[in-house]
Design a binder for this molecule. Sequence first.
Ligand code: FAD
Length: 322
Amino acid sequence: MSGVLVLAEHREGALRDASFETMAAGRQLAEALGTDLSAVLLGGTPEMAQLVADRGVKVRHARHELLAAFNSEAYQRALVALVQELASDAVLMPHSSFGNDLGPSLAVALGCGAVSDCIGFEKTDAGLKVTRGMYASKLHAEVLVPELPLVAMVRQSEFKQAGPGDGGAVEAWDPGPALAEPLRTRFISVEEVPTTGIDITKADVVIAVGRGVKEEANIAAVRELADSLGAVLAGSRPVIDAGWLEKERQVGSSGKTVKPKLYIALGISGAFQHVAGMKGAETIVAVNKDPHAPIFGVAHYGIVDDLLKVVPVLRQKLVEAK
Ligand SMILES: Cc1cc2nc3c(=O)[nH]c(=O)nc-3n(C[C@H](O)[C@H](O)[C@H](O)COP(=O)(O)OP(=O)(O)OC[C@H]3O[C@@H](n4cnc5c(N)ncnc54)[C@H](O)[C@@H]3O)c2cc1C
């Protein structure tokens, strides 16, 4: 057995950040196992392959018309062939909708174990210990993997993206033989969900409201604050589910990941699924009535008070400061 193999995920012509986060997880696992890290890009472009190689890893780039868009069956066949050829210790991919489609069936095809939502790897005398989330991350479980190989889906936003590194290279890898037999499934098209054009991921300042805002009418004051700051308004999932803000404004694991200069969380408890989408912000300010709210664990500045009192004061101060 040799090597940890990371699948670089791309969508709609671009590599996803989760690919580089998964590479960072792969590096942690490779170090724990005392082995090498490499990557594979199925489909995609030479430019994408080079971007992955720039992180200091060897990338096998498989180009084939059946790999141009994600197809779980085609990806699985190609990966089975590559993992067997390399005798990989582990295959890592993002815990995304693609990864969760592909990972378990890949493990079945390889006859090995699969662990989803992975957040850490450690070598022990009994085998590889993988830490993963359970019950919507209310618990962390430690899973012992006595035998390799392993297929692991890595939680998004958990690892800092792998930085640039030397020694990377792109090598063409021919998936042709693995894809010679007809597939039972085929990619037809991507159907975009209609959007309003709001993109909270591009904003320098994001003000997010949570269930603590109590009712839709109270969002007006937060919107005024956002306008004063030139900020974009966002929300936690309950606010989106209630229909008080558009779906594109949801921050979190089932919404968007934002990395603004300033993130103001108003009446948000700081559940893991929310924090996953905003912990990369440069400065985080939280306003919450509960001094023990988990959001204060990630906030750089905190105000323990009623947001309905704090928001108008903040806005007034900003107007005066102008
Ligand atoms: C599979 C899955 C995916 C999920 N994805 C997401 C996601 O993408 N994004 C997301 O946000 N959540 C997501 N969730 C939901 C998540 O688990 C939490 O339930 C959610 O983040 C809680 O939102 P909240 O903080 O607004 O509400 P609550 O947890 O109810 O917190 C409200 C907070 O407001 C405070 N508060 C109350 N009144 C006031 C006041 N007047 N002034 C100041 N503070 C006040 C309270 O002290 C409390 O801390 C997901 C859950 C699951 C299971």
